[in-house]
Write a protein that binds this ligand. Structure first.
Ligand code: PEP
Ligand code: MN
Length: 337
């Protein structure tokens, strides 16, 4: 349920209401708009609690949330969520560019990729140490050794790090060297992992599952939010369709739809979304035009020799010219790169 305060409600009045809700055993989440404060009430729906709130003179109205995703929905939090990590923001007018190799292969490859993406204007380095590979015979990632390389690159370049965690047992370890923790498409419905991520206080990049509906995806986000971690970034990375020319079908309509349904930021991954580096520029332009808050792009110093996802990875040169080209697209939708 949502408690909408009277327009211009003072801090003291808001506190009175939140104290009362806490007394009744509810959690509260404040959302402060220009002239209205909305209190998201977390806990079981109880008619008498709603009636008690409606009787308060400071309260304008009580609204029940009809969607199954309560905390992820716009009803609960009408303003866009903007996540701040140091100087980087995700979800505001400044677009966030995350880029880097699919997998960390060695220290030199990671450093070269980091320098290239930084020169191109990216603020977040993506690189996997734990890799969820379809084949058990494919390169599985450097795991713990890869995490060490990430720490080193982070301190040398100042870039933020996004890297994947594959199970609930390694969350703490990954959290130590990541600024954003990635949940891969294959793990979107790993509820033990999602619950563990709800307990930490670090942003989570939640990729859409291979064949997940938007509602299933938002419900996965709900697991993390309901644990108390409100920093969830959604990532559209394409879904499985009948079309074999592309690796996945990038669902561009998910961007404006998610923006209607949810307050969470949404990043688009045109690399996994298409599987083809030649399609990445056009889909990046389209994603920004459709309202994405940023991009996650695979970049490898030498894509032809990549141990994973070479065909969809851009070279440093291609990445740098793409970002330059995207500046105009960003401006046309009132954003900046
Ligand atoms: C990745 O980002 O390298 C990755 C494995 O992506 P996804 O989970 O979207 O397949
Ligand atoms: Mn990849």
């Amino acid at each position: 349920m949502i408690v909408v305060m009277n327009p211009g409600a003072k801090e003291k009045e808001i506190k009175k209401i939140t104290d009362k809700l806490k007394e009744m055993g509810y959690g509260v989440h404040l959302s402060t708009g220009e002239n209205r404060t909305v209190i998201g009430v977390i806990g079981q729906r109880r008619e008498e609690a709603a009636q008690a709130m409606e009787a308060m003179p400071e309260v304008e109205q009580v609204v029940f949330i009809t969607r199954p995703f309560k905390l992820a929905g716009r009803e609960f939090h009408p303003e866009d969520t903007v996540i701040k990590i140091g100087k980087v923001t995700i979800g505001g007018p400044k677009l966030t560019i995350m880029a880097g190799p699919c997998a960390i292969e060695n220290e030199e490859q990671l450093m070269q990729a980091a320098e290239a993406i930084k020169a191109g204007g990216a603020e977040v380095l993506r690189a996997g140490a734990f890799k969820p590979r379809t084949s058990p015979y494919a390169f599985q990632g450097l795991e713990k050794e890869g995490l060490e390389f990430l720490k080193d690159v982070r301190s040398k370049t100042g870039l933020l790090i996004v890297t994947e965690v594959m199970d609930q047992f390694t969350v703490q370890e990954v959290a130590e060297c990541a600024d954003i923790i990635q949940v891969g498409a294959r793990n979107m419905q790993n509820y033990y992992l999602l619950r563990e991520l709800g307990k930490i206080r670090k942003p989570v990049l939640l990729k859409r599952g291979l064949s997940a509906t938007i509602e299933e995806w938002l419900m996965a986000a709900e697991y993390i939010l309901s644990g108390g971690n409100f920093e969830v970034i959604l990532c559209e990375r394409g879904i499985r369709t009948f079309e074999p020319y592309t690796r996945n079908t990038l669902d561009l309509s998910a961007i404006p739809l998610v923006k209607q349904l949810s307050h969470l930021p949404i990043i688009v991954d045109p690399s996994h979304g298409t599987g083809l580096s030649g399609l990445v520029p056009a889909m990046s332009r389209a994603a920004l035009a459709a309202g994405a808050d940023g991009l996650l792009i695979e970049v490898h110093p030498n894509p032809q020799e990549a141990l994973s996802d070479g065909p969809q990875s851009l070279t440093p040169g291609q990445f740098q010219s793409l970002i330059n080209e995207l500046k105009g697209v960003a401006l046309s939708v009132g954003k900046l790169i």
